[in-house]
Design a protein around this ligand. Structure first.
Ligand code: AMP
Ligand code: ZN
Length: 498
């Protein structure tokens, strides 16, 4: 079995054998959300993908320090160096303080991460809590001659950096010459020596709310700077893995690399991993084209794009059915199939747990095949976290499990050790690596509630017939406290919630 972990490194555009800087330890930084609106499903896809990567690294025995930031300042509306701050703009529209916006949408984000059963990062630093570190980094870049100040703003000298170091453009494949001819009509373009330069500190205009004192002006940090400063603070100047969606490769990640080199003349991360985008019905998910759906709409079924509601775990299963680096196309048919697949996997595990082994089995061809499938599932995960392939092997194992249950294969055709290995494999993959939970769907829950209420109604009826007033009073009082009403009619008793 191939035990070596390989990852697709965006820096080299190759699959590389993963070697951590410090044996047994991994530092991983993932760009978190800009908390100015409700987290959308595309964001969830990226964070669920990194959740599985994190879970798998932990499963392999690594001690992982997982840092995922919250962007609460500096991300401007047009993603470059102009426009209002996304959070300030939202605060103006909602008539709230910027930090009220940050609090509101951070809580919403955390709730959604909980719903999708993702593990919390070990550190979740906020950009606004690290202004000092960012100012120090700007100073270090200035001291190294790779930035310049103009009218209170500080710009990174991309052209000089690209001449000195060949790393600029390595991640995104952009060429500095192309960036130079990009004639975008940006407000503060005139202050820059070259169009490819970018702001690392910006002087705040009088109406700008979020501002801090610095040696250059009262202002705020450029968007890319927070990730350079916070990853350095918590993971060191060079760490193992940096992740994010592939829409961040340029300019965000390219500029992060430049800033880290600019400050310490060293690369920030050894491996850059990028997730691909979530599409809907084959097109980019976009609110303006009416081609989008929120997690809440998916959970309630309240959208013209879907025929029914889906549960968070069906959705998580759907996300894992494609590789993190492929685009993922959300369609009603694909969700229906994922829901079925999720149930089949959970049922398969339950069936396996219900099987008994006599302890006296012999290794047959089935035994060999099962061990091979288990080995392959692990190899797929070692091959750049290939969840869809690992899932396919588990489904082949489920066919075996069903044959054991149906008696087509005797359980004694495998050894007790293989039987135990199968049970451990299912537990490890479903719960620890894929991060799925066994959830009853809303239909199952309603059915269970109806059944329970019928039982309560029957117990009340028989206690009355037996003149057991103690029990019937207790039932009445408890239901009243739960705001459940019973109505006796000709056709029996009906219940409703107040
Ligand atoms: P943002 O809040 O826009 O900075 O995005 C937070 C994370 O979600 C980043 O890693 C983005 O790359 C990622 N992301 C944004 N849109 C999508 C999408 N449609 N599909 C997958 N990931 C996305
Ligand atoms: Zn970032």
């Amino acid at each position: 079995m191939n035990k070596e972990l390989t990852v697709q490194n965006s820096l080299s555009r190759k699959k590389e054998i993963f070697k951590p800087i410090h044996e047994g330890h991994i530092g991983m930084y993932v760009c978190g959300p800009t908390v100015y609106n409700d987290v959308h499903l595309g964001n969830c896809r990226t964070f669920v993908s990194f959740d599985v990567i994190y879970r798998y690294l932990v499963f392999l025995g690594y001690k992982v320090r997982y840092v995922r930031n919250i962007t609460d300042v500096g991300h401007l509306v047009d993603d470059a160096d102009t426009g209002e701050d996304k959070i300030s703009k939202r605060a103006r529209l909602e008539k709230l303080e910027p930090m009220e916006i940050v609090q509101k949408y951070t809580l919403g984000f955390h709730e959604m991460m909980r719903v999708f059963n993702t593990k919390s990062p070990d550190i979740e630093p906020r950009a606004s809590g690290h202004i000092l570190e960012q100012i120090e980094m700007v100073q270090a870049i200035l001291d190294n001659g790779l930035a310049y100040e103009k009218n209170g703003s500080v710009y990174f000298d991309t052209v000089k950096f690209a001449k000195e170091q060949e790393v600029y453009g390595q991640l995104s494949g952009r060429k500095i010459d192309e960036l130079m001819v990009e004639t975008r009509d940006l407000k503060n373009q005139a202050e820059k020596n070259n169009p490819a330069d970018f702001a690392i500190w910006m002087k705040a205009s009088p109406e700008h709310i979020m501002r801090w004192k610095s040696p250059w002006s009262e202002g705020f940090p450029g968007w890319h700077l927070e990730c350079s400063a916070m990853s350095t603070k918590y993971l060191g100047t060079t760490f193992d893995i940096h992740g994010g969606g592939n829409d961040l490769k340029f300019p965000h990640h390219e500029n992060e690399v430049a800033q880290n080199y600019g400050a310490c003349k060293c690369a920030p991360a050894n491996y850059w991993l990028h997730t691909n985008m979530l599409l809907m019905n084959g097109k980019k998910m976009s609110k303006s084209d009416n081609n989008s759906i929120t997690p809440k709409q998916l959970f309630t079924g309240d959208s013209e794009h879907i025929s029914k509601s889906y549960t968070p775990m069906a959705l998580r299963f759907f996300m894992l059915q494609s590789h993190y680096s492929s685009t993922l196309d959300l369609t009603d048919d694909a969700l229906l199939a994922a829901e079925k697949g999720y149930r089949r996997m959970m049922e398969g595990n339950k069936t396996l747990l219900g099987l008994q082994h006599s302890g006296k089995g012999n290794a047959s061809d089935h035994d060999k095949e099962i061990n091979q499938l288990i080995d392959q599932a692990h190899e797929h995960m070692n091959d750049d976290f290939n969840t869809p392939m690992a899932m396919a092997r588990l489904f082949e194992l489920i066919s075996k499990i069903n044959s054991f249950k149906g008696g087509q294969i005797s359980i004694d055709e495998i050894t007790a050790a293989t039987f135990e290995r199968m049970q451990t494999t299912f537990k490890d993959f479903i719960f620890d690596i894929f991060g799925l939970k066994d959830e009853m769907d809303a239909g199952d829950q309603n059915e269970a509630l109806d059944g329970l209420m019928q039982l309560v109604i029957d117990l009340r009826q028989s206690s009355r017939e037996n003149k057991d007033w103690g029990t019937s009073d207790k039932i009445r009082d408890t239901l009243k406290a739960l705001k459940i009403q019973l109505k006796d009619g000709k056709d029996g008793t009906e219940w409703s919630m107040e």
